[in-house]
Design a protein around this ligand. Structure first.
Ligand code: 5AD
Ligand code: SF4
Length: 476
């Protein structure tokens, strides 16, 4: 027997709150599905689209593996470790099948294409394999699998954006939501498997994005994060004569116009694509959060070239200067890879010094993990020994801890507008919220009649390296 699974965000980088689908009204649905998601926010957002499609096919969500008729894993291929975790989960699911013959197991997402025949035919770990662009075919595939066939659809599409599907918010706090604005990626960073697992870049119809965000606001949500692998290259044209194409800067403005009480965030920005237009829109709207996730990957121009990032160290520094000039006080975070092919100590030192120059408030840090089929795997040798990769990563992590501490100390004594997201993780007597710069802040509920979803002014009184602590300022 399999225990009720822990409901966690299975994300090496984006560690977060508990995650599980809410339980739907059992009288409405003939069957139940259980879904676990791994990887990036995009994958979590996809699981909400999957939930909507499954609801339409008569499946309600459950948190409990024991009562599910269908177990789904939405998978990630970005690093080897993520794939290994998924394999372990699939093995546990197969055990559950042994005692419950009718139970179906499906693998969704980025691992689908690469491992379909292995997991389906050789190892017989799953009954269904469904790629990120094939979720509309889930009901038909379930029927096939119920009939005893191996059901597979891993076709990638040039058009699919699921624009017309209203995501079912899974285990939401009711205040913050992610809205997918584009899919796929055209940047061929040599280390990255995403262009192969998620296909070509395509932008979602702008009107459908505005409609989804408006609906969220009308249902009490106070913050939307616009999601894409590379949001700054968003570009949507209807093709109708006289209708203007929508750029990311324009989209941002349209979403911000929904209401001054709706906060807007976005992720991820490729440094080569974020424009001054976007920065100026950010300044013009108080409700567009002053925070940019701007992955650098490496501080060495030589390594950046091998990674095909299309910018140099100096160009990136100039971008940081520009952000600081146009949006003073903007929060900036990064992704960094330690130990990419041929990386020398000098290259590594360049990464450390660029981190200091940029003064990141936060970073997601990884050591290089060679992925099958990527350009780096085909062109270069993964030649940095694991101990060296790990030691360099540790140096990067230590420096980031120091930078985060400095950044938090700078905020001490200052007052920020905070959106309350819910109880703090540690105590129901404290609220947890975020500043515009995306920093988590915890403060006492005592004597204040606030609810989650409220905006409050909070003065920072203290900090740890990860969290600000504060107190409410009534006339802030
Ligand atoms: N090895 C290590 N980290 C990787 N990332 C992407 N591919 C790899 C890889 N092969 C990191 C990058 C990216 C983030 C989402 O994951 O830093 O920005
Ligand atoms: Fe997300 Fe990338 Fe993982 Fe796919 S491979 S789930 S896009 S992080």
């Amino acid at each position: 027997m399999l225990d009720v699974l822990p409901h966690k965000i299975h994300d090496e980088s984006r560690q977060g709150e508990a995650y599980a689908p809410f339980v739907n009204d059992p009288s409405v649905y003939r069957k139940k599905f259980y879904i676990e998601s791994y990887g990036c926010q995009m994958n979590f957002s996809d699981s909400e689209i999957v939930a909507s499609i499954l609801n339409g096919a008569g499946f309600g969500a459950t948190r409990n593996v024991e009562e599910a008729d269908l177990l789904l894993l939405n998978t990630c291929s970005i690093r080897e470790k993520a794939e290994q975790t998924v394999r372990n989960r699939l093995t546990a699911f197969r055990k559950a099948k042994e005692s419950r013959p009718g139970l179906l197991v499906g693998m969704l997402g980025c691992m689908a294409e690469r491992l379909k025949s292995k997991l389906l035919e050789e190892e017989k770990l799953v009954d269904m394999v469904v790629g990120p662009d094939a979720y509309r075919s889930l009901p038909a595939l379930i029927e096939e699998a119920e009939g005893g066939q191996k059901a597979v659809n891993v076709l990638l599409s040039r058009e699919e954006t699921y624009a017309d599907i209203s995501p079912v918010r899974l285990d939401s706090n009711g205040i913050t939501a992610f809205v997918s604005i584009m899919r796929g990626c055209n940047n061929m960073c040599t280390f990255c498997v995403v262009p192969f697992t998620r296909g070509r870049e395509r932008s979602r119809d702008a009107d459908s994005i505005i409609a989804e965000c408006t609906d969220l606001f009308n249902r009490g949500y106070k913050e939307v994060t616009l999601l894409g692998q590379n949001v700054d290259s968003y570009f949507f044209a209807t093709g109708n004569a006289g209708e203007q194409a929508v750029t990311f800067a324009m989209l941002l403005e349209k979403v911000a116009d929904i209401s001054p009480l709706l906060r807007v965030r976005f992720s991820t920005s490729h440094p080569k694509d974020i424009t001054d237009d976007v920065l100026h829109v950010m300044v013009r709207y108080d409700n567009i959060c002053k925070y940019i996730h701007l992955p650098v990957q490496s501080g060495s121009t030589r390594i950046l070239q091998l990674m095909n990032r299309t910018y140099t160290r100096e160009w990136y520094m100039a971008k940081i200067d520009r952000i600081r000039e146009i949006i003073p006080g903007c929060g900036i975070s990064s992704d960094i890879i330690a130990g990419f092919c041929t990386e020398t100590e000098e290259d590594h030192k360049d990464t450390l010094s660029l981190m200091e120059y940029s003064g990141y408030d936060m970073s997601y840090m990884f050591f290089y993990s060679e992925r099958p089929g990527t350009l780096a795997q085909r062109r270069y040798t993964d030649d940095i020994p694991e101990e060296v990769k790990k030691r360099r990563l540790q140096e990067i992590v230590s420096l980031q801890n120091e930078l985060s501490r400095q950044s938090n100390e700078k905020d001490t004594g200052r007052t920020f507008e905070v959106l309350i997201e819910g109880d703090s993780k540690k105590s129901t007597e404290d609220w947890m919220g975020r500043t515009s710069q995306n920093k988590v802040i915890v403060f006492s509920k005592k004597d204040h009649p606030f609810s989650k979803g409220d905006y409050v002014h909070v003065r920072v009184t203290d900090c740890t390296k990860a969290t600000l602590l504060g107190e409410v300022v009534m006339n802030g």
